[in-house]
Design a protein around this ligand. Structure first.
Ligand code: DP6
Length: 329
């Protein structure tokens, strides 16, 4: 087994049509297809080496040894790579995010996409993009969408090999911005992985699943036509319906705070004044404002003035997960 070091970069993504609920938790086969944009200004860099001298996997994130739960999750993912590659050695993993953890940007998507690409290369396992995306999905569902570049669609698939994400439009297709309005840095009480398992307990989940395919097709059409006025209402509706599922699960998941609602209400006013901007919200209270690049400075300035806003991050579209030559150790 070659003592080969490999490093990959991957971007997080923001979903326009969300992934919520699995039809198979173990394989992370989603209950519905989803559609997203990679966030090119934010990235995770991860270096992996399989090293005979290690007694177990060592994982460092942003300069600190990973907490045991995160280390175990990475290690389970490395097991999948080892199994496929026929490797038995433990790995050293060093990972760094260029965005603050706890700022409401899930690092699991970029983290597992980068880990997958780096670990496969370090293990000498050559997979094409769909295979890498399907494998990244096993670590974190949304990581499947961070493997291909630009705007991506994660297909439900029939099983493990066919549930992967593919690019529907390249990075330069449309100069959109995600203006992330951070209203809380608190660690969420219930993370996505547990949340997905609760979706079935909501009476609204089945209704959402019935509506998603047509909404995704309409959203994709609007995306391909660069028509934000058509796409915006669809992304808002899906985000709110997903949160309705969360709020009506047992136990109920309430991710919104008064500051979340204040941003939603404010942008309705901005839109009435002619500013084309739409919101989406992941499993947390922070609000992602989606607009075209030309409007991003105004959106950012107006958002900064709202009550309860702690920080704003802005990102344009981003490319695929990829290998790079510079290692972190
Ligand atoms: C609300 O991909 O973070 O952000 O597979 O358990 O890691 P795990 O879940 P994750 O779920 C993302 C949920 C979401 C919607 C989305 O990004 O599609």
């Amino acid at each position: 087994m070659p003592d080969q070091k490999a490093t990959a970069i991957a971007h997080p993504n923001i979903a326009f049509i969300k992934y919520w609920g699995n039809r198979d938790d173990e394989l992370r086969l989603p209950a519905n297809p989803s559609l997203s944009m990679n966030l090119g200004d934010l990235h995770t860099t991860t270096t992996v080496v399989f090293d005979e001298s290690l007694e177990g996997d060592e994982v460092t994130i942003d300069g600190q040894p990973a907490p045991e739960a995160a280390r175990a999750r990475a290690s389970a993912h490395l097991d999948l790579v080892r199994h496929r590659a026929g490797v038995r050695t433990s790995a050293r993993v060093v990972s760094r995010n260029n965005f603050p953890t706890g700022a409401g940007i899930a690092s699991s998507a970029s983290g597992f996409a980068a880990l997958t690409v780096a670990a496969c290369a370090a293990a000498g396992l050559k997979l094409a993009e769909p295979g890498l995306s399907a494998l990244a999905r096993r670590g974190s569902g949304s990581a499947s969408r961070s493997v291909p570049g630009g705007y991506t669609e994660w297909l439900m698939g029939l099983g493990n090999a066919s549930s992967f994400a593919r690019s529907v439009a390249p990075t330069d297709h449309w100069d959109l911005r995600d203006v992330v309005v951070v209203v809380s840095r608190e660690h969420k009480a219930v993370g996505s992985s547990r949340g997905h398992g609760l979706a079935v307990s909501s009476p609204l989940h089945t209704a959402r699943l019935g509506a998603v395919p047509a909404m995704l097709e309409a959203c994709k059409r609007a995306l391909l036509a660069r028509d934000l006025r058509a796409m915006g209402p669809l992304i808002e509706q899906d985000a709110v319906v997903m949160h309705a599922v969360m709020m009506t699960s047992r136990p109920a998941l309430y991710y919104w705070t008064p500051a979340t609602m204040a941003v939603i209400q404010a942008i309705q006013g901005w839109r009435a004044e002619g500013l084309p901007v739409y919101f989406t919200i992941d499993a947390g209270p922070n609000v992602h404002l989606i607009c075209e690049a030309a409007h991003a400075p105004t959106v950012e300035r107006q958002a900064r003035a709202l009550p309860g806003v702690l920080e704003i991050l802005v990102s344009g579209p981003g490319g695929p997960a990829r290998l790079v030559d510079t290692h972190l150790f």
